[in-house]
Structures are given as structure tokens and as C-alpha cells.
Design a protein around this ligand. Structure first.
Ligand SMILES: *Cc1c(COP(=O)(O)O)cnc(C)c1O
Length: 379
């Protein structure tokens, strides 16, 4: 079995599991309780917050713990829209966002908000100038992902943040795929809100956080108790949060750089085997601005669903990157945005995403199997 779908989710690091086990065993108290059990749990909670804040170079109270990427995106977008609707109802985003962003936008459209979906070019890239020309006096929010989960493309977030310094619109970025892979400096990049999920960085599922810049009023969706300074009600998922902080602490800049080099090597290995075997393939995305762990490849004449199934039978897990509804692979909205709905790449592309635990031998035998399977599947 070879797992090459780390952009969908990652296995937990053993140290994360240990940290979570310890927390569940010893620190079961409610962090809001005033007795010793509660105080001890509260201490663990705040230690985790500090670890994460230090790594991101932000203040501890700028971190709001929640249930993950989807909640962060929904909170940032819906929360900001509701809070600012008296100022304006125009929002800017892109056509290649994660469903957690796109569906939040569609939900707002039904409530009278006006959304501009910026198009991307054939490489799936966007120019900061597109944002500049879409901005209006009534624009209240700009939400653009840091890096795309299907192609790995890194978008010009720093440039966009720079030009938004001149405008009152709130700047949100979904950094779920980029986090732990790239240096991210929210203050320097002019980011107001940033979405993060733990399970994409070898942490547990169902936990994440929203970074909220100091001074910005908090977008709040869940109302109830006073947890997270009243910004996100509900008893904290302490074991999950401690596990996430452990996963973050393992991703030092040196480790991130080493991973980056390893995954670039893996990608090269796949390309060279495909070339040796004379397999016709095309890379979807922007080779000059891409996360190292994701490669999205089109194999002309090969249906992606069939390729996925054949590889699955041989113990290989890759994906198309797009949503899967009731066992059917939906056409990728990201590839459609890049090439147009009718382009063959939309139905002939697969996503391979590397992660912790993948070895050179594994990647090599995968690449040979991929080449054989593609050649054997071609119409
Ligand atoms: C996985 C992912 C999400 C969703 O995060 P969850 O924690 O699974 O809700 C959001 N955005 C991007 C870019 C992702 O890759």
C-alpha cells in the first residue's frame, strides 16, 4: 500500500498521538472550570496556543481554536459579511477556492451579497492587479487562498495584502495547504484572517484555528459560553489542540525546508520515470509558483476515474483532488476554471501528493506502476 493523497489528509505523527493520549488521560478537566482540574487543563490549552503563536510569529490571543479549516473559512467569511454589511455587500474571491470558501460565498449570494469570482489563467494563476481592479468602495472582504489544494499553486498573497493596505476591506486567506510548507508571516503580508487545519500537517482531524489580527473585531458564528474570549463558544477540544500544537512544533523551518527538498526530489523522480517510459503527461498548475508536495498531472486519452480505480486495486492511493459525491468524482472546478469546462484535462487529470513517511523506493515503484497503468489504459 502506498499513500500519496496527503493533500486530502495526513496520518498523525506518533509524537502527536502520544501527546494527545497524555492529554486525554491526565487533563480531562474543563479548561473553564475554576478547580485544579480545570486550571491544569487551562494551562495546557494556553501552552498550546503559545507554541502555535510563536511559530506563526503572532500574539497568543490572535489564535482562535476551532474545529478546522471549514469552520475557519465559514467564520471568516460569514462572520465578516454579517458584521460589515452596513458598510457594503461586495466581496472578492477566486474561482479556484476550496468548497468551504465557495459554498460560503454562494450562501451569502442568496442573502443579497454580491460576489466577484476572479478568474485564473491556464496555469491557474492570478495577478494581484486583478484584485486591485475588482476593488470597490463597498468591498468589505477579499478572500483568496494562499495555495491551491488541487494544483499546489501558490497565489500572490503578499502582493495582494500589500495593495489592500490602502483599502478598508478585510483580507482573509485559506492557508490550510500552505501552512507547514511555506513561511507565512501574517503581519508582514497584511493578512487579517487566516484559516488553518491540523489534519493536513500530521495532526488530528476536527481541530484547527483562525488567526485574527489584533484590532479587527472578531467574526463570530458560534454563540454560547465565554471560551476563546467569547469569539468561539463551546468547550475546547483540548486533546486535539495539544496534538495540533505538537504537530506544529515538529515543523521547524529546517524541517519544512528538508521536506520541501524531499518532495521536489520525489516529483522529479516521477517525471523522469514517466519520461523514460515515454508516457505522455502534462503538469497542471504553475511550475514557477507551486507547493512542493502536490503534483497534478494530465494523461491525455486516460480517464482519471479509471486510472484511480486501477491504481487503487494495486494498493496506490491518489486522487483527482476534486470533491467526491456518493462515490462519483465530480469534475474539478479548479481545472474547469483554468481550461474551460470542455477541455479534456478536466476528465484526465490526477493529483499526487507526498507526505511524511513516503520513501524514495515507494515513489519509484509507484512511478513505474503509474507509467505501466497509463500505457495499458490509453485508448
Ligand atoms: C482540507 C482543506 C480545507 C478544509 O479543512 P477541514 O479541516 O478538513 O475542514 C479547507 N481549505 C483547504 C485549502 C483545504 O485543503
Amino acid at each position: 500500500m502506498v499513500y500519496l493523497d496527503h493533500a486530502a489528509t495526513t496520518p498523525m505523527h506518533p509524537a502527536v498521538i502520544r501527546a494527545m493520549n497524555d492529554t486525554m488521560t491526565t487533563f480531562f478537566g474543563n479548561p473553564s472550570s475554576i478547580h485544579r482540574y480545570g486550571r491544569d487543563a487551562h494551562t495546557k490549552l494556553e501552552e498550546a496556543r503559545q507554541v502555535i503563536a510563536d511559530q506563526l510569529g503572532v500574539k497568543a490571543h490572535e489564535i482562535i481554536f476551532n474545529s478546522g479549516g471549514t469552520e475557519s473559512d465559514n467564520t471568516a467569511i460569514l462572520g465578516t459579511a454579517y458584521a460589515k454589511q452596513a458598510v457594503g455587500k461586495h466581496i472578492i474571491t477566486t474561482t479556484i477556492e476550496h468548497p468551504a470558501v465557495i459554498e460560503s460565498m454562494k450562501f451569502l449570494e442568496k442573502q443579497g451579497f454580491e460576489i466577484t469570482y476572479l478568474p485564473v489563467d491556464k496555469k491557474g494563476q492570478l495577478l494581484a492587479e486583478q484584485v486591485a481592479s475588482a476593488l470597490r468602495p463597498d468591498t468589505i472582504l477579499v478572500s483568496i487562498m494562499f495555495a491551491n489544494n488541487e494544483t499546489g499553486n501558490i497565489l500572490p498573497i503578499q502582493e495582494i495584502g500589500e495593495l489592500l493596505k490602502e483599502h478598508a476591506a478585510v483580507f482573509h486567506t485559506d492557508a490550510v495547504q500552505a501552512y507547514g510548507k511555506l513561511p507565512i508571516d501574517p503581519a508582514a503580508y497584511g493578512i487579517d484572517l487566516l484559516s488553518i487545519s491540523a489534519h493536513k500537517i500530521n495532526g488530528p482531524k476536527g481541530v484547527g484555528f483562525l488567526y485574527k489580527r489584533d484590532g479587527l473585531s472578531p467574526p463570530t458564528l458560534l454563540h454560547g459560553g465565554e471560551q476563546e474570549e467569547k469569539r468561539r463558544a463551546g468547550t475546547e477540544n483540548l486533546a486535539g489542540i495539544v496534538g495540533m500544537a505538537k504537530a506544529v512544533s515538529l515543523l521547524t523551518p529546517e524541517v519544512q525546508r528538508a521536506h520541501s527538498e524531499t518532495y521536489q526530489q520525489f516529483a522529479k523522480q516521477v517525471f523522469s520515470v514517466l519520461e523514460e517510459q515515454r508516457v505522455d503527461y502534462r503538469l497542471n498548475g504553475d511550475p514557477d509558483s507551486k507547493l512542493p508536495h502536490i503534483i497534478n498531472l494530465q494523461f491525455p486519452g486516460v480517464t482519471s476515474e479509471l486510472l484511480l480505480m486501477k491504481l487503487d486495486l494495486k494498493g496506490i492511493a491518489i486522487s483527482t483532488g476534486s470533491a467526491c459525491t456518493a462515490g462519483n468524482v465530480e469534475p474539478s472546478h479548479v481545472l474547469e476554471a483554468m481550461y474551460g469546462k470542455e477541455h479534456p484535462a478536466v476528465g484526465e487529470s490526477v493529483r499526487i501528493s507526498f507526505g511524511l513517511g513516503n520513501t524514495e523506493e515507494e515513489v519509484h515503484s509507484f512511478a513505474e506502476l503509474l507509467a505501466r497503468t497509463v500505457l495499458g489504459t490509453k485508448k
